[in-house]
Ligand binder design. Structure first.
Ligand SMILES: [Zn+2]
Length: 171
């Protein structure tokens, strides 16, 4: 049985995702669409690097759940270039640092679901999850894929993480 979450921002997102797909091309990628748009705050894009985008997950498993996504549309992790891999790793490190400062979590789950068989919601464009964890936020750690109660509105969290992230990335 699925946990019910109260998430007022989620309804609009689901509507725009599914409603939008009727008009948009069938093969359109939701990540590439956001990257091509010029409204990063609306899309919860935290940072655009040369090869990697840091974005908040609109279906968060926990407060502060973000994703690292290569700019290039690809499903194949093993085919990332050395430069893509390097930037993704650097951003992973800086994101953990920023999340620690912004939200003071007790731990993190970091990982990728490669392919729909592995539970990837958007299998055609790979993405790595960073999920902050707090002691007592759950009794056990499920495979990345469960929804959790979100205690803070996403917009507030976005602003908080973004300001910490900017300090990390501007080196
Ligand atoms: Zn894509």
């Amino acid at each position: 049985m699925r946990d019910y979450i109260w998430a007022p921002w989620r309804g609009a997102y689901v509507a725009s995702w599914h409603g939008g797909s009727a008009a948009a091309g069938k093969d359109e990628c939701v990540f590439c669409t956001k990257f091509n748009e010029n409204r990063d705050a609306d899309n919860f894009i935290l940072h655009r690097g040369e090869r990697t985008v840091i974005i908040m997950n609109l279906y968060p498993y926990n407060n502060g759940h973000i994703m690292l996504i290569p700019v290039r549309h690809t499903a194949d992790f093993e085919l990332l270039t050395a430069e893509e891999t390097a930037e993704m790793n650097l951003y992973k490190k800086l994101s953990v640092s920023a999340l620690k400062k912004a939200l003071n979590p007790d731990g993190f789950n970091i990982g990728m679901n490669l392919g729909s068989a592995a539970g990837a919601g958007i299998a055609q464009h790979l993405h790595e999850h960073i999920v902050p964890r707090w002691n007592g936020d759950t009794n056990f750690m499920p495979v990345l894929g469960e929804t959790r109660v979100i205690s803070e509105h996403m917009q507030t969290t976005y602003i908080k993480i973004k300001s910490c992230l900017e300090k990390e990335i501007v080196l």
